[in-house]
Design a protein around this ligand. Sequence first.
Ligand SMILES: Cc1cc2nc3c(=O)[nH]c(=O)nc-3n(C[C@H](O)[C@H](O)[C@H](O)COP(=O)(O)O)c2cc1C
Length: 200
Amino acid sequence: MTSIAETHEIGSIELPAPEWDRATPLIRLLKARHSSRAFSTRALPLEVLSALLWAAFGINRADAGGRTAPSAHDWQEIEVFAVLAEAAYRYDPATHALRLVKGGDLRPLTGTQDFVGGAPLDLVYIADFGKMSGANDEQRTFFASADAAVIAQNVYLFCACTGLATVVRGLIDRRRLAGALGLPVTQRIVLAQTVGYPAI
Ligand SMILES: Cc1cc2nc3c(=O)[nH]c(=O)nc-3n(C[C@H](O)[C@H](O)[C@H](O)COP(=O)(O)O)c2cc1C
């Protein structure tokens, strides 16, 4: 192993081959992570959905209510909505349950690309600006985007680990989707993410 001091370089540093041994499982997932836009219509078992939602933004430290993804100021302002064929739900991490938001199939409204209506699950990341105390609207938008993005990466890694296909999406008609979900103005749609089995 070489330290930066031993290279006697302060300019560009040519990096040696990565030392991956201690991080092998993570490296395998990072190598596998990619976006997919072709999905099977096959439904996700509830057990898979359960694990996926926990990985996305579940509680991983029972004592402090800490989550699987970091959030600015620990606001934990991102609500993960699961839009399924039957209905749209809000994931409640505290009880690890899905709470009904709206019945009916809203999947086609979660994006402007045609695959969103056929895949079994569209996650929608919604920032509750009301939880972001002391920030102005510009700061709220900035931090909510970052906070949603790290959740999306959790989902990418979960999918890489379990053989699921996924793509995070910004192409959303937000006004239309917010209306369909009945969101108050303080709840802002940040990103969506489609998940399903790969198309055969
Ligand atoms: C913030 C963000 C928004 C994105 N929005 C879309 C989108 O609306 N539709 C889409 O098909 N892909 C979208 N993507 C996926 C990118 O196109 C994709 O990550 C990029 O092409 C690199 O491919 P890879 O993820 O396979 O490495 C988005 C990615 C990010 C990070």
